[in-house]
Structures are given as structure tokens and as C-alpha cells.
Design a protein around this ligand. Structure first.
Ligand SMILES: C[S@@+](CC[C@H](N)C(=O)[O-])C[C@H]1O[C@@H](n2cnc3c(N)ncnc32)[C@H](O)[C@@H]1O
Length: 177
């Protein structure tokens, strides 16, 4: 699919529709859900996995500085172009409003880094941190330069500082899904 927000022109219905991590690219989630509903077989299923901004810290963590500023700027910039990166908080009612039944919303927290005590969360944390560190430039470059008016160097520096903070063993951050 080129743009999930454009009109869907499929001439066959789906049994299952899945999407993940589109939060910074969608203006009208309710319309996406309505089009999904219209393109499912009766009894079909939809599964959307999304994150929200900002990242948060757990109790007893050193506070974030660079990542907190990075997230605040992402929220400001995306809202200016009509994207609310906190919409995943409201998916449940939206899904019901367009006709879905048996709606289940599951809240997950991915640690970022190897700070968790147990092996499972430590592994998730390493994967999540690697994923997020590799994506920070892509997230911020256009938003921070074209929308917030920063220079490329300023945007890259912010991303670099956020990456450095993600490697700080005393900062215990997590991303909220
Ligand atoms: C963070 S990546 C996630 C990739 C993959 N879904 C995953 O979970 O690993 C975000 C992806 O969303 C796509 N995207 C953003 N807005 C979109 C839209 N309106 N329609 C379709 N794809 C979109 C981008 O092209 C990019 O590939």
C-alpha cells in the first residue's frame, strides 16, 4: 500500500489487516480504521501496534534530558503538520466508533537498553534500543529542519545526544506502546 490514508481501492476483502509503527505518518487514524473495517470480511480481524510519545523513565532512573527534549520537539513538529503522535492512547474508542467489536487494547512498555534485571526484558531492551538508535535521524531530520527551522547540524546533534543518553546505564527509559 502506498499511503494508508488515501482511498483504498481493493476489490477483494481481507481476513486480517496488520500495521505497526506508523504513528508519525498518520493524520486521521479513525479514517484508517473505517477503511480497514470496510475492507474486511465479516468476522475479520485488525491488529495495529503503535507507540506513543514521549518515552518515559522508570522510578529511580536518572532523568532524561536529551531524549526528553527530542520527544518534545517531535510532538511539537508533528502536531504542526496535523499528526498527533499520542493518538494510540485513543485507539479503543475509535475502533468501536467505526464498528469494530471485541476490541482489546494491550499496553506494553519496552525498556530501551540493558538496564532491566531479568534476562527477557534485557533482551527486549537491547533490541528496542538498537532499533530506536538507528531510527532517530530519520525521525527528526525533516521534522526538525523543515518544520521547526533548525539546521541539519542542530538536528543531528540532538539525535546524537539522545543516542548517547540511551547508552547511559543510569538512565532507565522505556518506550510506551
Ligand atoms: C517506523 S517504520 C515501521 C516499519 C514496519 N512497519 C515495522 O514495524 O518495522 C514506519 C513506516 O511507516 C511507513 N508509513 C508512514 N506513513 C505511512 C502512510 N501514511 N501509509 C503507509 N505507510 C506509511 C513509512 O514509510 C515507514 O516504512
Amino acid at each position: 500500500m502506498d499511503d494508508i490514508e488515501s482511498d483504498w481501492t481493493y476489490n477483494f476483502p481481507f481476513d486480517f489487516i496488520h500495521a505497526r509503527f506508523l504513528s508519525l505518518g498518520i493524520k486521521d487514524w479513525k479514517r484508517v480504521f473505517a477503511q480497514s473495517f470496510a475492507n474486511l470480511h465479516p468476522g475479520g480481524w485488525i491488529e495495529f501496534q503503535e507507540f506513543t510519545f514521549p518515552t518515559t523513565t522508570v522510578e529511580n532512573s536518572k532523568p532524561t534530558d536529551a531524549m526528553a527534549q527530542f520527544c518534545e520537539d517531535v510532538i511539537t513538529a508533528t502536531r504542526r503538520i496535523g499528526v498527533d503522535p499520542q493518538q494510540a492512547e485513543h485507539f479503543g474508542p475509535m475502533l468501536e466508533e467505526v464498528g469494530f467489536e471485541s476490541v482489546k487494547c494491550k499496553r506494553l512498555y519496552w525498556p530501551m537498553g540493558d538496564w532491566p534485571g531479568n534476562a527477557r526484558d534485557k533482551q527486549i531492551g537491547l533490541w528496542a534500543r538498537t532499533n530506536i538508535m538507528s531510527g532517530l535521524d530519520a525521525v527528526c531530520l525533516k521534522l526538525f529542519t523543515k518544520i521547526l527551522g533548525k539546521s541539519v547540524e542542530e538536528a543531528q546533534l540532538q539525535a546524537a545526544l539522545a543516542r548517547r543518553e540511551l547508552m547511559d546505564p543510569e538512565v532507565h527509559q522505556r518506550v510506551n506502546l
